[in-house]
Design a protein around this ligand. Structure first.
Ligand code: PLP
Length: 355
C-alpha cells in the first residue's frame, strides 16, 4: 500500500484559533502558497471558511482558488507583472504586493477596470523584495497619483525572526514603523515566528504560514511549545521484517552494517514519496508507538529500520514518518533540512486523506 498523508483539518482550525489568541488585535491572512505547504490549497482554504483574506505566492495560485469558486480576497506575495496580469488581478479582486519600480510604472500607464487593494512592500533588511525605506514615500505618492483607485497598504517581511536572539528583527520592525507612521494605511509584518514571539510586530494583519500547519516556526523546538497541533501525519506500512546477522550490510552501498544480530524492518516510503534522502541513520520512525531508528540509505521506495526495540513489529503494521507522536521538526533536523521543505516536497504518489 502506498504512503498516506492524513490531514487533520480540526488541528488546522485549532492552530488558526491559536493565532487569534497570540495576536488578538490583528486580522489574520493565512498563507496557503505552495499548495498550502503541501497540505492541499483548496482543502485548506475550504476548511478556513471564516477567513476574509488568504495569501499565495503567485497569480497562478490565486487563479486556482478562483477557478475552484473561492471568492475571498487574495494577497499575491510575489506581486504581478505585465499589463495582462494587472488587469486580471483587478478583475478578479486579487491584491498584489508592489515591490518593484517596473510595477509602479505600469500602474501609471494603465486603467484598471476596478478598485484594487495593493500592498507596498518595504525592504526593511531582508534584501530580497521591496522598496528601500527612503523610496517609500515617493512610491506611495506615485501610486496615489496613478489615476487608478488604489487602497494602499504596507507590508514587510522578517529575515531572521526564527531566532529570538537576533537583533535584526527589532531593527526591521523599527524601520517599518518609522517609514509607515505618517500614513493611515493598514500594515502587516509578522510571519509565524513574529506572531509567536514578537508581539510588537502584530500590527493590523498577521501572515501565519508554518504555524497553521502545526509546526514550531523557531530554529529549534516542537509544535507543543506554542500549543500547536500537527496537521499532517505521514504514514506507510511495514513491508518486511527479517532477522539479520552481525556484519550484514543493509541497503544501497552497504552504508550501515549490523553491529549485532537484530531484526530489520523495511518501510514502504522513500524519496520517491518525498521522504528526505539525506535522513541520517538514527532518524526516528514510529512503529506501534515505539520510536525506532532509520538505518542505512533512504531508497526511492523504501527505508530500513532497526526493530531491536520493537520486537513484536509485524508485516503490515503502520509506520508513522512524522506527525502524531513524532514531531516533524525532529525528522527535519535529522535530515539537515527544515519542516517547511519536508511538507512541500511530498510527491503525487502519496495519497492524501482529509478528516
Ligand atoms: C511565506 C511567507 C509568510 C509565511 O511565513 P511562515 O514562516 O510560514 O509563517 C509570510 N509572509 C511572506 C511574505 C511569506 O513569503
Amino acid at each position: 500500500m502506498s504512503a498516506r498523508a492524513y490531514i487533520n483539518l480540526q488541528a488546522l482550525r485549532y492552530n488558526l484559533r491559536r493565532v487569534g489568541e497570540l495576536a488578538p488585535q490583528s486580522r489574520v491572512i493565512p498563507v496557503i502558497k505552495a499548495n498550502a505547504y503541501g497540505h492541499g490549497m483548496l482543502e485548506v482554504a475550504a476548511a478556513l471558511n471564516k477567513i476574509t483574506t488568504f495569501a499565495v505566492a503567485t497569480l497562478e495560485e490565486a487563479m486556482l482558488l478562483r477557478q475552484a469558486g473561492n471568492t475571498k480576497n487574495i494577497m499575491v506575495l510575489q506581486g504581478v507583472s505585465g499589463k495582462k496580469e494587472w488587469l486580471q488581478a483587478a478583475q478578479e479582486g486579487i491584491s498584489p504586493v508592489l515591490h518593484h519600480e517596473e510595477q509602479v510604472a505600469l500602474l501609471e500607464s494603465i486603467d484598471l477596470p476596478a478598485a484594487m487593494d495593493i500592498w507596498i512592500k518595504i525592504d526593511t533588511g531582508m534584501h530580497r523584495l521591496g522598496f528601500s525605506p527612503e523610496h517609500t514615500q515617493a512610491i506611495y505618492r506615485r501610486c496615489q497619483q496613478s489615476g487608478n483607485e488604489l487602497n494602499i497598504r504596507f507590508m514587510s517581511h522578517f529575515a531572521n525572526a526564527d531566532d529570538a536572539d537576533d537583533d535584526l528583527t527589532d531593527t526591521q520592525l523599527q524601520r517599518f514603523l518609522d517609514v509607515t507612521k505618517e500614513y493611515a494605511a493598514e500594515r502587516s509584518m509578522a510571519n509565524s515566528a513574529g506572531i509567536c514571539v514578537f508581539a510588537d510586530s502584530h500590527l493590523d494583519w498577521v501572515r501565519p504560514g508554518i504555524m497553521l500547519y502545526g509546526v514550531n516556526p523557531m530554529l529549534s523546538g516542537t509544535a507543543s511549545d506554542f500549543s500547536l497541533q500537527p496537521v499532517m501525519t505521514l504514514t506507510s506500512t511495514l513491508l518486511s521484517v527479517h532477522q539479520r546477522c552481525r556484519g550484514d550490510a543493509i541497503g544501497y552501498g552497504g552504508a550501515w552494517v549490523c553491529p549485532h544480530d537484530m531484526p530489520v524492518g523495511i518501510v514502504a516510503i522513500g524519496y520517491g514519496d518525498g521522504y528526505p534522502r539525506h535522513a541520517r541513520s538514527g532518524t526516528p520512525v514510529l512503529i506501534n508507538g515505539n520510536r525506532v531508528p532509520l538505518i542505512g540509505r533512504v531508497s526511492m521506495d523504501m527505508i530500513c529500520v532497526d526493530l531491536s526495540q520493537c520486537p513484536d513489529a509485524a508485516v503490515g503494521d503502520e509506520a508513522i514518518l512524522w506527525g502524531d507522536g513524532l514531531p516533524i521538526e525532529e525528522v527535519a533536523d535529522s535530515a539537515d533540512t527544515i519542516a517547511y521543505e519536508l511538507l512541500c516536497k511530498l510527491t503525487k504518489r502519496v495519497k492524501f486523506v482529509y478528516s
